[in-house]
Write a protein that binds this ligand. Structure first.
Ligand SMILES: Cc1cc2nc3c(=O)[nH]c(=O)nc-3n(C[C@H](O)[C@H](O)[C@H](O)COP(=O)(O)OP(=O)(O)OC[C@H]3O[C@@H](n4cnc5c(N)ncnc54)[C@H](O)[C@@H]3O)c2cc1C
Ligand code: FES
Length: 366
């Protein structure tokens, strides 16, 4: 009986996959949607070849929508308002869209296909985002799986960005990887350094972009990027700040600390930096040096899995446990969180329990 059920399910799944493949091939080779018009904010019109995704059609016309997963429908960043012509909402989009967003015609532009004329609305600031070519000036190893890239903009160009924002770098085809991909990396250097930016990159095993950076990219090479993106930046307020980062999440916090130092921003601030073991830590001296240069700033690194040979005398436990120990009342504080989605969700839970209002919590999920 069980074998019969498995056989029936396999046959039905097989037919489903066959039909989906047939549809994709038919769309690619038989259907011709001709030239379609994309109207943006009622003011700009593009003519594009129909049949492609909205995100790539915009990219081909130098309109850069945030797309940290490179169009795979897994980052949820490529949202645009589709006023007409986008077709029905797809199951691949719904996990990333709140009910209000769905009702407000927000869509994932990497999932919507241009099969006719489309009208969309995007924030005006996206028009100023463009692609730049940089030269890799220096690559510095920070620990066993993390590096800093120093990227100089070509021809004396500069990038105007806010501390905390990110860029998307383009990894070209290399080795067995036939795709060109874009991935997001937060800027770690001060916003006053407009001609050279620093990115802190942590290797993801088998990751397309990080494998390119770690195994192929060399000093002197060219690297294309676009940006700046993001609304994770220092808010203009005098509330006490809590910054929490894990792994490469230190990058935007470093930029924010540079800004505070350079502009003489006097706010009580504590930076909790969580890693597993001692070999994962980096930029510890640099972060401690901020303590003497930014009044009322404290740096607290913590290890959740310190080894005996680490001889670690600092804070231990998950970063949420450390924050829980230090923070009593969060109601008048503001939080800046950066790291993996799991870490951020756990931190938000603790901060809400400490009475911090949700609109005083800012984050970038890596
Ligand atoms: C706004 C934003 C800012 C970011 N800033 C930084 C930064 O400053 N420094 C930095 O190193 N990264 C940063 N990231 C993450 C970065 O964009 C890439 O996702 C990451 O480098 C992996 O890219 P990849 O192409 O090497 O891996 P992919 O080829 O995309 O992924 C390979 C596999 O690994 C999984 N995977 C992807 N990312 C991770 C991860 N972080 N940990 C574990 N598994 C993963 C994927 O699900 C996939 O299965 C940021 C992401 C966002 C959204
Ligand atoms: S580009 Fe990541 S979800 Fe669309």
């Amino acid at each position: 009986m069980a074998a019969e059920v498995i056989r029936t399910v396999s046959i039905i799944s097989g037919i489903g996959v066959f039909l989906a493949t047939l549809l994709t091939l038919a769309e690619r080779y038989l259907l011709n949607y001709g030239i379609c018009k994309i109207t943006i904010n009622d003011e700009k019109e593009l003519e594009v070849k129909g049949g492609n995704h909205l995100l790539s059609s915009l990219l081909q016309n130098d309109i850069f929508i945030p797309s940290a997963c490179g169009g795979r429908g897994s980052c949820g960043l490529c949202k645009v308002k589709v006023l007409s012509g986008g077709g029905p909402l797809l199951p691949t989009e719904t996990p990333y869209l709140s009910r209000e967003e769905q009702e407000g015609q927000i869509r994932l532009s990497c999932q919507v296909k241009v099969r006719g004329d489309v009208a969309i609305e995007i924030p005006e600031e996206l028009f100023s985002i463009r692609e730049y070519t940089t030269t890799v000036e220096k690559i510095v190893d920070l620990n066993h799986d993390t590096k800093t890239l120093f990227l100089r903009f070509k021809d004396g160009e500069e990038l105007d960005f806010q501390a905390g924002q990110y860029v998307q770098i383009k990894a070209p085809q290399y080795g067995k990887n036939s795709e060109e991909v874009y991935r997001a990396y937060s800027i770690a250097s001060p916003p006053s350094d407009k001609g050279v930016i620093q990115l802190i990159i942590r290797r993801v095993p088998q990751g397309i972009c990080t494998t390119y950076i770690f195994d192929y990219l060399k000093e002197g090479d060219q690297l294309d990027l676009n940006g700046p993106y993001g609304d994770f930046f220092l808010r203009d307020s005098d509330r006490e700040m809590i910054c929490i980062a894990g792994g490469s999440g230190l990058a935007p916090i470093k930029a924010i600390l540079h800004k505070m130092e350079e502009e003489g921003i006097r706010r009580k601030a504590t930076f909790y930096f969580g890693c597993v073991e001692k070999r994962d830590l980096y930029y510890i001296d640099e972060m401690q040096a901020f303590e003497s240069r930014i009044p009322d700033f404290r740096f607290i690194p913590a290890l959740s899995g310190a080894r005996e040979e680490d001889n670690w005398t600092g804070e231990t436990g998950l970063i949420t446990e450390v924050v829980d120990r230090y923070v009593e009342d969060g109601s008048r504080m503001e939080a800046y969180l950066c790291g993996s989605p799991g870490m951020i969700d756990a931190c938000i839970k603790v901060l809400l329990q400490k009475g911090m209002p949700e609109d005083q919590i800012f984050f970038d999920k890596f």
